[in-house]
Write a protein that binds this ligand. Structure first.
Ligand code: ZN
Length: 279
């Protein structure tokens, strides 16, 4: 558990460092199967998921440009071909989730999917190498992305970014279907709530997104950062799995308590900022 608190503190650096990579965030994490044809191919701190199909693969989030070789190595270590990625679902519009989009596009030719409300910030993003962010398809609330029999559904949960999208997808194991959920981010600890002229509706959006987040019948809980769903501990459990043990990524209670915990952090942060502004 000690391990989990440390990287969370690094989130505080993001707004000021903007394009810099917090130390260690890009270190490889062992690629592994989550469930069904869903695999984790991200780094220690930045999640990336590979969804394999007979018609090619979907990659969820490219992260930093420097993360892309780590993702590629993970994909190959699992026995898949990186060039078979046909669709890249772009992560939420922060540098640590989208900087690698252009490189993934260069290497695979994948169609890049971006949420409509994220488009202005994606287009305004200044890539450190001057690359243009690829946008091939724009999606709205409730729209789906399908390939080779797999379908993901978009759920817009604005606040952390203006159009943060979580994706749901049925996942099957041992003949049973589960509600799989790739959470976007509900982290509201380091955002500006008072006098945010760039995003005047941020407080209402945050409040609405916590309410909406509670309504999803999440069973397989995944997220844009491993630390949000306890990846380290769950991966350890996965390594020690005996026949008949439940898949550690099935964690409906963990999802709900994550939402409640982050809602409280948001409310505390908001109250603090409002008190400071009132002085
Ligand atoms: Zn973010």
């Amino acid at each position: 558990m000690q391990k989990m608190n440390l990287p969370l503190a690094a989130f505080a650096l993001l707004p000021t460092l903007a394009l810099a990579q917090p130390g260690g965030w890009n270190d490889p994490f062992p690629p592994h199967k989550v469930m069904d044809n869903v695999y984790y191919v991200g780094t220690t701190m930045l999640s990336s998921y590979l969804i394999t199909t007979p018609e090619g693969h979907i990659l969820l989030s490219s992260n930093y440009e420097a993360s892309v070789p780590v993702i590629q190595a993970g994909v190959e270590q699992l026995g898949f071909n990186f060039k078979d990625i046909k669709i890249l679902i772009s992560g939420h519009a922060h540098p640590d989730h989208i900087e690698g989009d252009a490189l993934v596009k260069e290497l695979t030719g994948a169609e890049v999917v971006v949420g409509r409300l994220e488009v202005p910030d994606v287009q305004a993003f200044k890539h450190p190498k001057g690359k243009t962010q690829p946008i091939d398809r724009i999606v709205d609330e409730g729209e789906t992305v399908s390939l080779g029999g797999m379908t993901l559904t978009a759920h817009v949960l604005p606040g952390h970014t203006k159009g943060c999208i979580a994706w749901s997808m049925p996942m099957t194991e041992a003949g049973k279907s589960y509600y799989g959920f790739f959470e976007c981010s509900l982290n509201g600890q380091f955002l500006k709530y008072v006098g945010n002229t760039d995003y005047p509706g941020i407080v209402d959006d945050m409040r609405g997104s916590y309410q909406k987040a509670k309504t999803f019948p999440v069973e397989v809980f995944l997220s844009s950062h491993g630390v949000f769903y306890g990846l380290d501990a769950k991966y350890e459990k996965l390594q020690a799995l005996k026949p008949g043990d439940p898949n550690p990524f099935i964690d409906p209670a963990g999802y709900q308590s994550h939402v409640a915990e982050f809602e409280k952090i948001f409310l505390d942060t908001l109250a603090k900022q409002q008190a400071e502004a009132g002085k």
